[in-house]
Design a protein around this ligand. Structure first.
Ligand SMILES: Cc1ncc(COP(=O)(O)O)c(C=O)c1O
Length: 471
């Protein structure tokens, strides 16, 4: 039975097409949840939209209130929905990042977040915190101190030079993580309505930013080296692109790494069309032999990196290296958004840099990533996936019997969470059948092996068993 929903009916229009009796649908509340999720991903529902009450929805669909409540509870746990007592349920502010938010504290084995191994930095952190506590006048680190102390700025410069960033003609600004740096750059270099080029499958934080800030994303097609020059050139000829955001090393989600030749080709196009190039290099340390793509151009290029992947995600410090003439604008955006990065956090980063410990942790993390890739390579023999020998993650292409949705759902029921291709799809259209698997997320190798066995078990299911999961 097809539910007839007048599209004009406020709060219920997203239910159009929901078929509560579809043969292949799993449990009803999950099917309803998937429908809600799709409506959010496709933009039928937007952040802040009010959702129908439990009773209105149950009446409309003629299903039990308990089923609707179960769906809302699940959607809340997944980070898609926010509820306020007395006001009702609303689409959450950053639904596209919901997977990352909800995965924290979840009972499943979580292979959905790209992060370093926390235990690797443990002893360094403990030592630096103890030393910090003994610093005379420690309360100075609780004062206002826009853009960090002189020492913090020296550490930033040392760190960027150690990452092979060409700093000639560049000024350094300090943000609170790479997501913040991206927001600052988009806000200071583009206006509402402007077009920004990104990889066709890209870091979901950019998709959320563009949607919240009213920028239009233009998807650039990719091959095994990331965005292709042909597709970029075509986009430049057909759309008024102002900015290009590139993840040239260990791209999220595909792990693509651009060769020097590809970096050069992309930069030539950037220069020809006078684009602002944002070089998001948070994974650059995993291929230290390759210079950052922003080094290849003298014109408007903006380098950014953070410690989130190389040291600790909770060390909320990111550095931007931008042409001097843009520094004032960028710093103004930082003040506008957070006033200043937390001085205590900066002091910690600075100490880790000067003690060479950030570099040591970064090196150990990349060794651990190689070990995890070797584990995955053994277990995933015969399955199609993209990865580099030191990537934190891999991009698994799914056999025809699965869609990304059906695979993620079936895997979650077996206790493992991975990231659905939908989250990365810049245009939020039909995603390819793939999932991103983070190999560094589990705390131990054994946990990873256990989880990958579950992944492989599902991939190997016969067509007729797997078809239960197709959507
Ligand atoms: C490509 C890319 N850029 C930026 C970020 C945000 O990093 P941060 O945690 O420093 O805000 C991420 C996080 O996953 C990422 O993958």
């Amino acid at each position: 039975m097809q539910i007839k929903t007048p599209l004009s009916e406020g709060g219920l229009s997203w239910l159009a097409g929901f078929n509560k009796r579809a043969k292949v649908q799993p449990i009803l509340y999950l099917a309803l949840f998937e429908h809600l999720k799709k409506a959010i991903e496709q933009g039928t529902l937007r952040a802040g939209d009010k959702l129908p009450t439990h009773r209105a929805l149950s009446r409309h669909l003629q299903i039990a209130v308990a089923t609707v409540s179960k769906m809302y509870r699940y959607a809340y746990e997944q980070g898609l929905v926010q509820s306020t007592v007395g006001k009702g349920s609303f689409v959450a502010s950053f639904p596209v990042m919901a997977q990352a938010i909800r995965a924290q504290g979840h009972q499943c084995i979580n292979l959905s977040i790209i992060k370093p191994q926390l235990s690797i930095g443990e002893s360094y952190l403990a030592k630096q915190l103890a030393q910090l506590a003994a610093v005379p006048q420690i309360s100075d680190l609780m004062d206002y101190n826009a853009q960090g102390s002189l020492t913090d700025r020296r550490a930033a410069k040392d760190w960027l030079l150690s990452q092979r960033v060409d700093l000639s003609g560049k000024g350094i600004s300090i943000c609170s993580g790479a997501q913040h740096a991206l927001m600052v750059l988009i806000n200071s270099l583009t206006d509402e309505g402007d077009c920004i080029g990104v990889e066709s499958y890209c870091y979901p934080g950019i998709i959320s930013l563009a949607s919240q800030l009213g920028r239009k994303l233009v998807a650039i097609d990719m091959d095994d080296q990331g965005m292709t020059p042909q597709s970029l050139e075509q986009a430049c000829n057909t759309q008024p692109l102002k900015m290009l955001i590139v993840v040239a090393s260990h791209q999220n989600p595909t792990t693509a790494v651009m060769s020097v030749a590809r970096r050069t080709e992309i930069v030539h196009i950037v220069e020809r069309y006078k684009l602002k190039l944002v070089d998001d290099d948070v994974y650059g340390f995993l291929s230290p032999e390759l210079p950052p793509i922003s080094n290849f151009t003298a014109s408007d290029s903006f380098y950014l990196t953070s410690f989130s992947k190389s040291v600790f995600p909770g060390l909320r410090v990111a550095y931007i290296a931008a042409p001097e003439q843009y520094k004032a604008r960028i710093d103004a955006q930082i003040r506008l958004s957070i006033w200043m990065p937390a001085p205590l956090m900066l002091a910690l980063a600075t100490r880790l840099v000067f003690a060479q410990e950030a570099a040591e942790i970064q090196h150990l993390q990349s060794e651990q990533a190689s070990r995890r890739q070797r584990i995955a390579a053994k277990l995933l023999v015969g399955f199609e996936y993209l990865a580099q020998p030191t990537s934190y993650h891999l991009w698994l292409k799914l056999p025809a019997k699965f869609s990304s949705d059906s695979f993620c759902l079936a895997l979650e029921k077996r206790g493992v969470i991975v990231s659905n291709a939908t989250y990365f799809n810049a245009l939020q259209t039909d995603p390819c059948a793939a999932v991103r698997i983070s190999l560094m997320a589990p705390a131990t190798d054994d946990e990873l092996i256990f989880a990958l066995h579950i992944v492989v078990g599902l991939l190997r299911e016969k067509g007729d068993e797997a078809s239960r999961y197709s959507t």
